[in-house]
Design a protein around this ligand. Structure first.
Ligand SMILES: Cc1cc2nc3c(=O)[nH]c(=O)nc-3n(C[C@H](O)[C@H](O)[C@H](O)COP(=O)(O)OP(=O)(O)OC[C@H]3O[C@@H](n4cnc5c(N)ncnc54)[C@H](O)[C@@H]3O)c2cc1C
Length: 488
């Protein structure tokens, strides 16, 4: 019989020593728990993936070229054809649709287009009411689109819950509760016991549960559904077709790909943190790697050990934040271990090493010691497009013939629809309420170049690990970075 243990070992430094304390006869070491793990996103390991579209092998012309087949590019393609059906739209994707950040996400859907209400208050305090309205309007459009194209992406609208892992953090949740109530959100503040009734962890001291207009989605199924919708609308989509060169020809933009080219008067860059030949983009956006684990599916008995009746998407209040949710098959997706690789390396070899995930696995077992017998089936890393605004921006380039849309800083599953909408409005110079506001007219600040960038990121992420438990210089460093205007 399983006996839950509510004692958690302090953080240990050498991976070999990492083990979870439990009286369960099934206790696994972190190494064992990761010994059969596939280093590939759980979401993409699915036979529902649609057939890959062909490469571009010709020189073609388009009215609108979209670079990138993640949520931003796909939403831009769908909205462009819906709103301007006369346009000939071409989308090129360097690899396969959804294999960037979009198919690697935790899949927690939020109402906000600003990475949450507190971040909106931090960045654009004078525009909160309008930004909130954009968030609601965006989710309406999101739901309608999924219905219109019959996209089944395993959505569950059970809300999102922020859990305090330290009694000191409850005061912070109280502030967030008041803020969300002021703007009409259906939120409840839970004490420790009520939180553990929702989801049982010895770490949880309280929670803020935002009960509607947020939830969870299968991100790859969402992206694949949008791909099908774009194709059904007549978008010409080429996979395994990277942009390798971009030239401003005056009236048009010329984009070279390995076996062909596209010439278009207008371009949307939905290419996230990748380098696409416009250095200014990478001065404002930095690629942070985030990491995720998926457990094997829980049995009913294992699920009963932790409760989780309402299946919310969860964030905790650690500085090195963890987020977690269930899948339709009751795997737990457990994410949140950030790293930085020099010059934003998009394919760091560390992503495929078990050791990279030890600390994340340890955090999982600390959170759910009742699940000490559960193994991890998948582990993966993915790019976060971090910027000082902490939320999406759309900026014109190439003498206004192109717009770049990104900067979600880890919150783009729903906000990408709004990002694409705003980007198209700017690119086609259309009147729309967001264009009167700073969100459409300001850009995030520059982030220092390498090697300062690498050094600052390394120190910051090292500080993340001990800031809560140790305080000291680590907390002071993080405060300093926040004071410089960067979201933490
Ligand atoms: C681990 C992780 C967890 C996350 N969890 C959440 C979450 O729970 N909730 C949430 O809201 N958000 C989450 N996010 C953030 C969310 O996934 C992103 O904000 C969103 O997917 C961004 O979509 P995108 O289309 O802008 O970028 P991407 O999905 O990265 O798409 C960009 C595409 O451009 C392509 N590309 C790049 N260069 C070129 C080129 N030269 N030519 C052609 N194509 C190119 C890439 O191959 C890629 O497919 C998470 C992100 C990660 C990495």
């Amino acid at each position: 019989m399983f006996t839950p243990i509510h004692a958690v070992k302090p953080m240990m430094s050498t991976p070999a020593e990492i083990e979870v304390e439990s009286r369960s006869p099934f206790t696994l070491s972190v190494q064992e728990a990761l010994s059969r793990t596939r280093f590939f996103p759980y979401w993409l390991d699915n036979p529902a993936e649609p057939p890959t579209e062909p490469r571009l092998t010709a020189d073609v012309e388009a009215d609108l070229l979209i670079v990138g087949g993640g949520f931003t590019g796909l939403w831009a393609a769908v909205q462009a054809r819906e709103q301007m059906p006369h346009l000939n739209v071409v989308l090129i994707e360097a690899g396969k649709v959804a294999h960037g950040a979009s198919g690697r996400a935790g899949g927690i859907i939020s109402t906000s287009v600003m990475h949450g209400l507190p971040n909106a208050v931090r960045v654009f305090p004078n525009d909160i009411a309008q930004l909130e309205a954009f968030g609601h309007h965006n989710l309406d459009g999101f739901e309608e689109t999924l219905k219109r194209y019959g996209i089944d992406a395993d959505i569950e609208w059970n809300g999102e819950m922020t859990v305090a892992v330290d009694p000191e953090h409850i005061e912070h949740l109280q502030g967030d509760y008041e803020l969300h109530t002021r703007y009409g959100h259906d939120v409840v503040l839970l004490d420790g016991e009520a939180t553990r009734e929702q989801l049982d962890s010895p770490l949880f001291a309280g929670a803020l549960w935002s009960r509607n207009r947020s939830g969870i989605v299968h991100p790859a199924k969402l992206a694949w559904g949008l791909k099908r919708a774009a194709l059904s609308l007549g978008v010409k989509l080429y996979e395994h077709t990277p942009l390798i060169d971009v030239i401003d020809e005056g009236q048009t933009v010329y984009v070279r790909t390995p076996e062909g080219s596209v010439r278009a008067p207008r371009v949307v860059f939905g290419s996230g943190t990748a380098k696409v030949g416009i250095p200014d983009i990478n001065r404002r956006v930095l690629q942070v790697r985030d990491h995720v684990l998926a457990t094997e599916p829980l049995t009913d008995e294992q699920l009963a050990r932790i409760g989780w009746k309402n299946r919310q998407g969860i964030y905790d209040t650690r500085t090195q934040l963890n987020y977690f949710r269930l899948t339709k098959n009751n795997n737990i997706i457990f994410g949140g271990l950030v790293s930085y690789h020099f010059d934003g390396d998009p394919n760091p070899p560390q992503d495929e090493k078990a050791e990279t995930y030890y600390r994340l696995a340890q955090a999982f077992y600390r959170t759910f010691p009742q699940l000490a017998d559960v193994r991890f089936s998948h582990a993966w890393g993915g790019p976060i497009d971090y910027c000082s605004r902490g939320s999406v921006f759309a900026k014109r380039y190439l003498n206004d013939k192109a717009v770049f849309v990104a900067g979600y800083t880890g919150f783009g599953v729903a906000a990408s629809r709004f990002g694409a909408f705003m980007g198209l409005n700017i690119l086609f110079d259309r009147n729309s309420p967001e264009r009167a506001l700073d969100i459409a007219n300001q850009s995030p600040t520059y982030i220092p170049p390498e090697p300062v960038r690498w050094l600052a990121a390394k120190v910051t992420f090292h500080a993340f690990d001990g800031a809560d438990a140790e305080g000291g210089w680590k907390r002071a460093w993080i405060k300093g970075i926040k004071a410089m205007g960067f979201p933490m």
